[in-house]
Design a protein around this ligand. Structure first.
Ligand code: IPE
Ligand code: IPE
Ligand code: MG
Length: 245
């Protein structure tokens, strides 16, 4: 039985199987305190840790967080390298602990143009946790939804050209096997913090029928209670999926 205090409001059967989070507002959180943006990103890393733990406690099967988008390269080089550095530190400090909690960590996104150190760290992390059977914790890094779909299209086109599959056999389920999230359920609940109400190129395919939840809370302030509020709101939505009530 998941260790949570929402089972009175939300039946376990309506817990989301896959939660995706656009962790936004680190910079504004810092600015509001008269701190440099870097302080917001550091506080944001602590929030990630809290939410991962909460998802383990709630027995959420899949959590995907947006750590760095393909568009985030437009930021000043110093901020980009700080974000990469923070990710490396986070992995250094937390991977062993997460592994003992049976968490499987995966990275979604294009790896080629990441710094070598980051590439090595993410490969090691994936290998180290790949046999774990608890929470699947996806970190979207150098990730873009449009790029992911194009990547899948190219793989499928190459398979068709090589005669490995027939055009007629390509359906949604087949195509989904060519995305970074292959084998995972689609997103049930998408949370975006900081008051912005847009998707920003996140999981475009996987969010086709996600319930969207927007909160004014800046990411560094997002905690278990805030997560429970989102899950409760999700539990109260009527998901018709195109059908009737
Ligand atoms: C989210 O916070 C973190 C990343 C995008 C990496 P921001 O850095 O976007 O914070 P704001 O939106 O400027 O407040
Ligand atoms: C989205 O946040 C990307 C991540 C959280 C990693 P941004 O702050 O980059 O998004 P925009 O620019 O407001 O759309
Ligand atoms: Mg932002």
């Amino acid at each position: 039985m998941p260790n949570n205090n929402i089972d009175k409001q939300v039946p376990i059967s309506s817990l989301p199987r896959h939660i995706a989070i656009i962790m936004d507002g680190n910079g504004r959180w810092a600015q509001r305190r008269g701190l440099p943006r870097s302080a917001g990103h550091k506080a944001g890393a602590d929030a990630v840790e809290r939410i991962v733990r909460a998802c383990v406690e709630l027995e959420i099967p899949v959590l995907t967080v947006y750590a760095f988008s393909t568009e985030n390269w437009k930021r000043p080089a110093a901020e980009v390298s700080l974000l990469m550095q923070l990710l490396l530190e986070y992995l250094q400090r937390k991977v062993k602990i997460m592994a003992t909690e049976n968490i499987k960590i995966c990275f979604l996104g294009e790896r080629d143009n990441l710094p070598e150190k980051v590439k090595t760290a993410i490969e090691r992390t994936e290998v180290y946790t790949q046999e774990n059977t608890g929470l699947i914790f996806n970190i979207a890094l150098n990730y873009g939804g449009q790029q992911e779909i194009l990547h899948g299209v190219k793989e499928v086109a190459a398979a068709v050209a090589a005669g490995e599959c027939a055009l007629a056999g390509i359906n949604q389920a087949f195509f989904a096997q060519h995305l970074y999230t292959k084998g995972l359920p689609e997103v049930d609940l998408m949370i975006r913090t900081s008051g912005e109400q847009r998707i920003s190129n996140f999981l475009l395919w996987q969010m086709a029928y996600a319930e969207l939840y927007f909160t004014e809370t800046y990411w560094p302030d997002f905690d278990k209670e805030a997560l429970l509020a989102a899950i409760t709101a999700y539990g109260n939505r009527e998901r018709r999926l195109g059908g009737l009530k």
